[in-house]
Write a new protein. Structure first.
Length: 148
């Protein structure tokens, strides 16, 4: 008798669907609400610094506000001297590479970057150019200090 009750209980539990209509509505509502709230937080990053790394080490640091051209010395792919491998251009808050000495010139083809987190990479010369910035809210205020 007790065994029959256990079998009937097991059949009832296994016959029930895992998710019901109301469960799906709650989950969908949470997703929609979180997506909508992400647009209400008016924070964005403003580009401020261009950092050039050569062979994994920071080699140069430039302000993105100052229009200029800088010669970049990368690591020579076959050893030897360390010639000027690229010309870094900063114009109107945008950063791009010209006169690359590498064979494929992918770093030139990456185009202009102007937002924090964007990068330009030259693998043969081991050059990485990235933009860093800081958080700014809609009133133009930024944090007083940043700790790491």
């Amino acid at each position: 008798m007790a065994m029959d009750n256990r079998r009937n209980l097991f059949k009832k539990i296994s016959a029930r669907p895992l998710m019901r209509k109301n469960d799906l509505l709650v989950i969908g509502g949470v997703f929609v609400l979180s997506f909508a709230l992400s647009f209400l937080i008016p924070q964005h990053q403003t580009a401020s610094i261009v950092i050039v790394e050569v062979d994994g080490r920071e080699a140069y640091r430039f302000s993105i506000q100052k229009d200029s051209e800088y010669p970049i010395r990368g690591c020579h792919p076959v050893g030897g001297t360390n010639p000027v491998s690229h010309t870094l251009h900063i114009r109107d808050g945008q950063v791009y590479v010209e006169d690359a000495q590498c064979r494929d010139k992918l770093c030139e083809k990456m185009g202009k970057i102007d937002h924090p987190g964007q990068i330009i990479v030259c693998v043969p010369y081991k050059v990485l150019i990235r933009i860093e910035g800081y958080q700014v809210n809609e009133n133009g205020a930024s944090p007083d200090a940043v700790t790491r």
